[in-house]
Write a new protein. Structure first.
Length: 153
């Protein structure tokens, strides 16, 4: 889209101020969409999805959402925006933060969907996030629905 000169010290990964991702879920199966989204056969409660998404706004320790082998000394991330929307037969999750941990978004999506389908309560959702226990997350969303949509410098 454009290019510009940057200082020699510039690092595209470490100098980013924010990153924005979208996760796509298909409500039902589609030959056309199965390679680019997570297809589910139930309809999660969109209000519960957004309640869970709102809960993670701000700065939190997301150790529970990171695979153990990738945990850092500091697992805190600042979430600027987090919300779900439905368009036709697809759900879209948009999240923007200062940084993300390995598997964090896919773990969050899996946990939110499990909450919105009634598999766990919102109280349990919050407990799992506070626990730091990645094993408590039963379903990590597949990679095929995750897209990086923006990086800010």
């Amino acid at each position: 889209m454009r290019s510009e000169e940057v200082p020699l010290e510039f690092h595209s990964r470490y100098d980013a101020i924010y990153r924005k991702y979208r996760y796509v879920i298909g409500l039902g199966q589609s030959v056309r969409g199965r390679e680019r989204r997570w297809e589910i056969t139930f309809r999660p409660d969109i209000q519960l999805l957004n309640d869970a998404a709102e809960h993670i706004l701000g700065e939190h320790d997301f150790a529970a959402c990171c695979v153990v082998s990738s945990l850092k000394e500091n697992n805190r991330c600042l979430i600027y925006s987090s919300h779900w929307r439905q368009q036709d037969s697809e759900l879209y999750y948009e999240i923007m933060a200062d940084r993300f941990l390995h598997s964090m978004i896919r773990s969050l999506v899996g946990l939110m969907v499990e909450t919105a389908r009634g598999g766990i309560t919102m109280k349990r959702f919050k407990e799992i996030l506070r626990s730091g226990d990645h094993a408590a997350i039963r379903k990590v969303a597949p990679a095929r629905g995750l897209y990086l949509t923006a990086i800010g410098y």
